[in-house]
Write a protein of this length. Structure first.
Length: 319
């Protein structure tokens, strides 16, 4: 095999609407490595109409800017307003024109590099002694913007001192970020809604998921993931409005069957909260009287002019 895939593939819709183009970075195994031991990269492209055969792949040569780090791991990929994005949640963002990828007029594809917000750079842990950025960060298209969320201090601080922050990429061409909101986890625990939900405070929030439906809302997981006995494990999800820095709602999810940190793929899990019998947490003062909480689901759609890759979310209000 001459080309070895190196990062997450990206599906692009063909301009005529007839199928997709699968794009991925690969290492050229027949080329010479540079002075640091890195093989040159190549873009491999396969139309969805073609058979999955190595002879059907086309290639392009990516042209990177000097500020791109040599060690780059694309945790997430998406397209937005005519550009394609590969995101290393610890380093930064590579982007290029979708037209340049699809067009057959030039074998070279020029890439831009966008650094993460100030202070968010995470050095690659070659020994894997710390949690990867994909465990405490997320990025995706929200309406007509790109949002980035991070639990700062995830690998170094106790849970109550961690800082949950959200940024918006002002204009992709500018590479400038604007902070949407930030709240320390301990302050979140002190809010009345969080205390009434009965959520545990002896574990740290993890796996933030940006909502593509509710502007400024982020969902997080928490619970006891590492207990050896399955009956001792617990899994909760809760949401926070990062614009107001306020707790929104919480749910008790089905028990995690495997010891270790959970991971949820982008899905309609919150949209179908009733259908899948997810348990809305009952505030302690109502539970004591034997009353049930009333769950109202109100979708709040956002206008999008791009091919979104995020999952569907809904606003959940507890009365």
């Amino acid at each position: 095999m001459r080309f070895r895939p190196s990062v997450t593939p990206l599906p692009l819709r063909q301009p005529d609407g007839d199928g997709y183009l699968l794009v991925l970075f690969a290492m050229d195994m027949d080329a010479d490595a540079d002075d640091d031991g890195y093989l040159p990269q190549v873009l491999c492209l396969l139309p969805s109409s073609a058979p999955f055969d190595r002879h059907c792949w086309g290639t392009r040569r990516p042209i990177f800017r000097s500020e791109k780090p040599k060690k780059f791991n694309a945790h997430q990929t998406f397209s937005f307003q005519g550009s394609s994005y590969w995101v290393d949640l610890g380093r930064g963002i590579l982007s290029c024109s979708c037209h340049d990828l699809i067009s057959n007029t030039n074998d070279d594809v020029q890439f831009r590099y966008i650094a993460l917000p100030t202070g968010c750079n995470v050095d690659f842990d070659s020994l894997y002694l710390t949690a990867p950025p994909s465990q405490y960060r997320d990025i995706r298209c929200v309406g007509n913007s790109i949002r980035f969320v991070s639990i700062e201090g995830y690998n170094t601080l106790p849970g109550y001192n961690m800082l949950l922050s959200m940024w918006e990429l002002m204009m992709p061409s500018s590479g400038q970020w604007r902070k949407v909101g930030s709240i320390r986890v301990g302050r979140l625990w002190e809010q009345e809604g969080f205390r009434r939900s009965g959520l545990p405070t002896n574990t740290s929030p993890t796996h933030p998921m940006l909502s593509t439906e509710d502007d400024g809302v982020v969902y997080l997981l928490m619970g006891e993931f590492y207990a050896e006995d399955e009956k001792d494990r617990s899994l909760y999800a809760f949401s926070v409005d990062m614009v107001t820095c306020k707790f929104v709602s919480a749910w008790h999810l089905p028990r995690w069957r495997h010891a270790g940190s959970p991971s949820l793929m982008g899905s309609d899990i919150f949209k179908h909260i009733k259908k899948h019998n997810l348990c809305q947490l009952i505030p302690p003062n109502k539970r004591d009287r034997g009353e049930a909480s009333v769950l109202t689901v109100r979708p709040r759609k956002m206008q999008r002019d791009h091919l979104g890759t995020g999952s569907s979310r809904v606003q959940v209000i507890l009365y």
